[in-house]
Design a binder for this molecule. Structure first.
Ligand code: SF4
Length: 949
């Protein structure tokens, strides 16, 4: 296994830190002459996905420009390695078409007329509007909506300082279902698998090539494999990940839980489970199922009840549902049992994000971990909360008093995050209005389902009063904003980052490279935009200054949180904000820094990352702190409480902290599900997805016995939808593209610029002998899109697939989204809510300040599929269920590549059909949602009650 060493010796080669101030390499441009180039190397953090790998910016000492980015060997998670997107930061910062100055629209919304404005004008305009809204008690009309956060905590702090419930995120189109599945077991909503030390690794979807925490996890999965671990991959596609696996299990989409429960049945039936772990660390005594009550019964009786309950999940049943051979299911189950406590897995998007009931695969997967005792162990499944470091800041504002129902409406009380993708429908229903709207590295028109409903919302000034797009690039959404505010890339901003990359904790520091270098040379800057290209700013300073603009004299109580902790009454600087955190809340950092004669801030500016601790396992077994134990009592279920609040649990006669669940144990039985109107799902179960074959048959008027309308919505096809019914997999990532920010990364687009429709040869024959390159029309419930076919055996029959990473478009010929990555389109509303898009011109070479744009050789930007999808809110998790039931046919004579049609009237009707499946609050005691389940920017407890009991 690669062990991270602070001198970088875990790598075969890296520039030693003592030479970072003057690093010499031969100039590749001068080859074959040997010309030396001198660089200053400055660490920062990649911003091109959530992994937060360490970058090292090579700044040419002659020009002062960043010449390239490589990996920072001092970063404990990425350990000097990067994926293709990290070094491509160089394309983003030198993009000739990037937005360099704050822009204000000078025509109608969406008309594409812009004029340069100043940061002062922006602050004055928004400061005045927000101040008025807060003073009039309309604080919830201010909304911050984030796509890629890229920072920890500062926005939560800012919004609570303003006293508003205004944080919206993208999470419900990303990972909410997986999160719910995990947190129902153990409160933490993410896994932190210890891949490097595992003996068996099970990945649901393409985690090795494009997963969550992609590069840090990928290198540890390979570490594990090289040490002898076996790898199994469940994925309907033969992804690059599946091609590296010992077992490829091409499950029919949405049937993963059936396979996982069949594995659990094998382990139970063969008595290969870890009985001591299950007995000690689950709430088995609370279990009630099929008329069996565990309370007062023996553990053996519980096991018999479980065996009986899961008897239906035979490997043969799982094979019938999933298509995976029963003997493979049995074999992998036995290998998992053999790996025991060294069984690691990962599930994040894929089956969870694609499917109705997508939270059940996470619950079923965790059942395997519980049965094998591989929770909290070396080589097993750990909790994200144990491996992510979140530091404290000075002067934390109190929780807000109000509850914003545009974010957390009553219909989905168990949603883990804001119901963000339904915002246009909520506003259409008259549930509220937005006075000031900040979209931040967020492009819902393009990345969300039902993008035309977003356009309809954004262009309506009655619904959205003032909209600023804070973004490093032009986007389809920014086009409909009032202000486009340029924010920095990885090397142009400050942020703190930490992720659960391995069984340790680390913190990384993103920093503006030019400012840092110039300040080292003695220059002084008040704001980062003075050192960045043009007037590209960073959010930290923007929010500090906006908070001062809202409350200039401090009378609203807001400004105090943005004042220096060192200079009372003075405006907070970024050096002070981060300096205070590094000095006061990162254990071990001040001591380590002082050994080198550095302040903690200087240390982080020098190295860019710090490992807080490593080998973090079994945190649930930590003894309850003496202060909590004093005056505590043990309840009848073994929970240790103090002042009515749980602080631990008795296990083997020891008071240990346990998990943050109501039982302080892993919740095999979820009373929360029973209390919140889903008693049939108190145990991990198999929930048939909306694209299950029975639902497909129902859409054609022939529902089979597996179709149950209380759980599945009925699909109603538009009258002109023709062709056979398929399941479309629309969410697989291409490893070298970023959702919406790689449009200006020329080297990435050179590698990937097509998203054809994957079709299995069996289906190609059924569709009339379709061949690669043929033009196909794919009908969704609300419209259609037209694209080329790619006939491939790397996909389960009955399923078609298309990557969501491509299909960028622009309305103006010459500007907006980069020309190398977008098609110029004609966008028309041909009837009320009926939208047609046709590509007028695709990619071709063009002249710009970058001579390489004249060498663009590709001529395709792909097709935008997401905009043709209706919203599908899961009735429990609230997650948008991405997979689509579609009808596929050959394109007609009038159809052209890239054509799109959508009727938003139909999308509103689909929204209502799905909403009808939900089981709304109130829950016990008049609650909006369970108090124990986390909520982003948590309000005070009183706000949780619809009506106080
Ligand atoms: S995995 Fe790639 S894109 Fe993500 S942070 Fe690391 S280098 Fe950047």
């Amino acid at each position: 296994m690669t062990e991270f060493k602070r001198d970088g010796s875990h790598l075969a080669y890296c520039p030693p830190v003592e030479k970072w101030d003057d690093w010499v390499e031969l100039d590749p441009q001068a080859w074959p002459r040997r010309v030396e180039k001198h660089y200053s190397l400055v660490p920062t953090i990649c911003f091109n996905c959530e992994s937060a790998c360490g970058l090292l910016a090579y700044v040419d000492k002659e020009t002062g420009q960043v010449a390239k980015f490589e990996g920072n060997p001092m970063h404990p998670a990425s350990r000097g390695r990067l994926c293709a997107k990290g070094p491509a930061t160089i394309n983003q910062i030198h993009d000739p078409d990037r937005v360099l100055y704050p822009m204000k629209r000078s025509g109608a919304r969406g008309a594409g007329k812009w004029a340069r404005t100043s940061w002062d004008e922006v602050l004055e305009t928004f400061g005045t509007r927000i101040r008025k809204a807060i003073q009039e008690g309309r604080g919830e009309d201010v909304m911050y909506h984030v796509g890629r956060p890229g920072h920890d905590f500062i926005m939560e702090r800012t919004l609570q300082a303003w006293g508003i419930d205004g944080h919206n995120s993208h999470t419900n189109v990303c990972s909410s279902s997986a999160r719910l599945g995990y947190l129902l077991w153990h409160y933490a909503d993410r896994p932190s698998p210890d891949h490097a030390n595992a003996r068996f690794i099970l990945l649901l979807s393409a985690h090795l090539e494009s997963g969550h925490y992609f590069n840090p996890h990928a290198q540890r999965i390979i570490d594990g494999k090289m040490a002898g671990a076996k790898l199994a991959v469940m994925d309907p596609r033969l992804s690059n990940t599946a091609s590296m696996a010992d077992y490829w299990m091409p499950t029919y989409p949405g049937t993963e839980a059936a396979v996982l429960l069949a594995m659990a049945k094998v382990i139970l039936d063969e008595n290969r489970f870890d009985a001591i772990f299950v007995k000690n660390w689950t709430n088995w005594e609370e279990l009630e199922v099929d008329g069996f009550r565990a309370q007062g019964q023996s553990f053996d009786a519980l096991i018999e009840a479980l065996k009986k309950h899961y008897a239906q999940f035979t490997p043969q049943f799982a094979e019938k549902e999933s298509g995976v051979k029963a003997e493979i299911i049995v074999k992998t189950a036995r290998e998992i049992a053999t790996a025991g406590s060294r069984f690691a897995s990962h599930l994040w998007r894929g089956s969870a994000s694609g499917n109705l009931g997508g939270w059940q695969p996470a619950r079923a997967l965790m059942l395997l971990h519980v049965l094998t005792g591989s929770v909290g162990t070396e080589g097993g499944h750990n909790l994200n909360a144990w491996n992510k470091f979140v530091p404290k800041t000075f002067k934390v504002p109190p929780p807000q008093k109000r509850w914003n129902e545009l974010l957390y409406p009553q219909e989905w009380p168990l949603c883990t995050h804001e119901m963000s993708f339904l915002l246009p429908h909520f506003l259409k229903e008259g549930r509220g209005r937005i006075e000031a709207y900040f979209t931040r590295v967020f492009n819902p028109v393009w990345t969300y389902p039902d993008g035309f409903s977003w356009i309809e919302m954004l262009r309506d000034e009655q619904k959205v009063g003032l909209h600023a797009a804070l973004t490093p690039t032009w986007s389809e959404t920014a086009w409909f904003a009032d202000y486009v505010l340029p924010m920095g890339f990885s090397s142009e901003r400050h942020d703190l980052m930490s992720q659960e990359s391995y069984a340790g904790k680390w913190i990384g520091f993103r920093q503006p490279v030019n400012r840092v270098l110039r300040e080292r040379a003695g220059e002084k800057f008040e704001y980062t935009y003075q050192a960045n290209p043009g007037e590209v700013w960073e959010e930290d300073e923007f929010w500090i200054n906006l908070s001062w603009a809202i409350d200039p004299d401090g009378s609203m109580g807001i400004r105090q949180y943005f004042e220096s902790p060192y200079r009372p009454g003075q405006k907070l600087t970024v050096d002070e904000y981060y300096g205070w955190i590094f000095e006061n809340s990162v254990p071990g950092l001040p001591e380590t820094a002082s050994k080198e004669g550095l302040t903690p801030l200087q240390y982080m500016r020098k190295y860019g990352a710090f490992e807080v601790t490593r080998d973090v396992y079994k945190q649930n077994e930590k003894p309850v702190a003496a202060a909590d134990l004093a005056g505590s009592k043990v309840e009848s279920n073994g929970v240790v409480t103090k002042d009515g609040k749980p602080v631990g649990v008795m296990v083997d006669n020891n008071a240990v902290v346990g998990y943050n669940t109501p039982s302080r144990k892993l919740e095999l039985f979820s009373k929360t599900m029973a209390d919140w109107k889903w008693p049939e799902f108190t145990l991990p179960e198999y929930y048939r997805s909306h694209i299950h074959r029975s639902a497909q048959a129902a859409s054609m008027g022939q529902p089979g016995e597996d179709f149950d309308p209380q759980y599945m919505p009925v699909v109603e096809w538009p009258k002109d939808a023709h062709g056979d019914v398929y399941t479309l997999l629309p969410i697989f990532r291409l490893p070298n593209l970023i959702h919406t920010r790689s449009g200006n990364a020329k080297f990435l687009y050179e590698i990937s610029h097509k998203n054809p429709l994957w079709v299995n040869p069996v289906d190609a024959r059924k569709l009339g002998g379709v061949r690669t390159g043929d033009l196909m029309k794919v009908h969704t419930e609300i419209g259609y899109f037209v694209l080329h076919a790619w006939v491939t055996e790397g996909l389960t029959p009955g399923v078609v697939a298309c990557s969501h990473h491509l299909g960028r478009w622009r309305i103006n010929k010459e500007d907006q989204v980069e020309r190398m990555s977008s098609a110029w389109v004609n966008l028309k509303e041909v009837g009320k809510g009926q939208w047609k898009m046709r590509q007028l011109e695709s990619v071709s070479p063009y002249e710009s300040a970058d001579r390489e744009t004249s060498r663009v050789w590709w001529s395709d930007a792909g097709v935008h599929q997401d905009i043709t999808f209706p919203v599908h809110p899961d009735p429990v998790s609230g997650m948008h269920c991405w997979h689509q039931m579609v009808r596929v046919e050959r394109a007609g004579a009038d159809d052209k590549y890239g054509d799109i049609f959508v009727d938003t009237n139909l999308s509103f009707a689909v929204y209502q059909r799905w909403k009808a499946l939900a089981r709304p609050a109130p829950g016990p005691g008049g609650l909006r949602r369970p108090l124990w389940i986390p909520r982003v920017v948590r309000p005070e407890e009183a706000a949780y009650y619809i009506k106080k009991p």
